[in-house]
Design a protein around this ligand. Structure first.
Ligand code: NAP
Length: 292
């Protein structure tokens, strides 16, 4: 099966490209700039996805069976400060990909986010969207485009992704924690936000399961535990053998945030467990695997 992965230089994109290649899918990785995935065997194309002609040419050339669209302007603050660019990268680029996918009848797997929901998590797939910021709105707009396409399609929603890190990749929260604690730096971490953090390889496994089952629809791929960033930071300290006293518990109110974020977000995963046999990694185990 030929699988084209956008955002392949990103945190999820790099893990997913490597995972799918090891699972003997034929991977075509797509991102901007030079290839940053540390696997010489993976075919790579540098394409700006907001360029409709470039997207159309790429898809016609590659003729993928599946397109996994992970590319996005993924920082909520950046999206808030530059709404036009956010719309272009998160919505318009998705539109060009959907149009091109229709020409080759590819399955379309769109990576969305828990940010399409508001308070009251953990949310089920059937919960009513209520994005609290422009990033969430842009991802919700893209979801609507995907859903209204006539393609075989899935919307996947992860939460607070973490996992192993290597050079050429942006670090996830757990690397930020371990780097600071290892340098004996005090950090302030919030206690009054709750998430169901997702181990990055669980998303990869979930997508593999999805491609075996070949069913349409939305799936939440998240962890099972509902925990605060403070709890996550304490777990990192425990697993990495670092000093937990350096982690100061604070409320979100001490950080004047540019955009609104839900206090209680996170996603329910019963549907993925029942239909796909999705089995998430526990948070402590995921952190252990990330630093192994
Ligand atoms: N990280 C999380 O905790 C989280 C949680 C829930 C959902 N998600 C979703 O999961 C997906 C992956 O997130 P991530 O954290 O792995 O993102 P990331 O590290 O920011 O990577 C995104 C990638 O997309 C590429 N990209 C963006 N716009 C592009 C364009 N116009 N043309 C070509 N490539 C483009 C970027 O390329 P360059 O590197 O060259 O700029 C980057 O490599 C996103 O859709 C995000 O919304 C993330």
């Amino acid at each position: 099966m030929k699988v084209l992965i956008t955002g392949a230089n990103g945190f999820l994109g790099q893990h997913l490209s490597m995972y799918m290649q090891n699972k003997a899918y034929s991977v075509i990785a797509v991102s901007r700039g030079i290839k940053r995935i540390p696997n010489a065997d993976i075919v790579y194309h540098s394409v700006e996805l907001t360029d409709q002609q470039a997207v159309s040419s790429l898809i016609n050339l590659v003729q993928p069976d599946v397109i996994i669209h992970t590319a996005a302007m993924s920082k909520p603050d950046e999206c808030h400060l530059n709404r036009e660019a956010c719309t272009l990268h998160n919505v318009t680029a998705t539109e060009w990909l959907l149009e091109a996918a229709a020409n080759v009848a590819a399955r379309f797997i769109y990576i969305s986010t828990d940010f399409i929901f508001g308070e009251g998590g953990p949310h089920a797939e059937t919960a009513t969207p209520d994005p609290l910021n422009f990033y969430g709105q842009s991802k919700w707009m893209a979801e609507k485009l995907v859903r209204s396409s006539r393609l075989n399609q899935n919307i996947i929603r992860p939460v607070f992704i973490y996992g192993a890190h290597w050079e050429g990749m942006r670090p996830s929260f757990i690397q930020w924690v371990s780097k600071n604690l290892a340098a004996n730096q005090q950090i302030r971490v919030v206690t009054d936000q709750h998430r169901t953090p997702t181990y990055v390889l669980d998303i990869c496994k979930g997508i593999d399961l999805l491609l075996q089952v070949q069913t349409n629809g939305d799936f939440h791929f998240a962890g099972e535990e509902i925990i605060s960033p403070y709890h996550m930071a304490l777990t990192v300290a425990k697993v990495a053998g670092l000093d937990p006293q350096l982690i100061e518990p604070v409320t979100a109110a001490v950080f004047p945030e540019i955009v609104r974020r839900a206090k209680d977000s996170g996603l329910q995963i019963e549907k993925a467990k029942t239909i796909l046999g999705y089995l998430p990694t526990g948070f402590e185990e995921g952190v252990r695997l990330s630093f192994a």
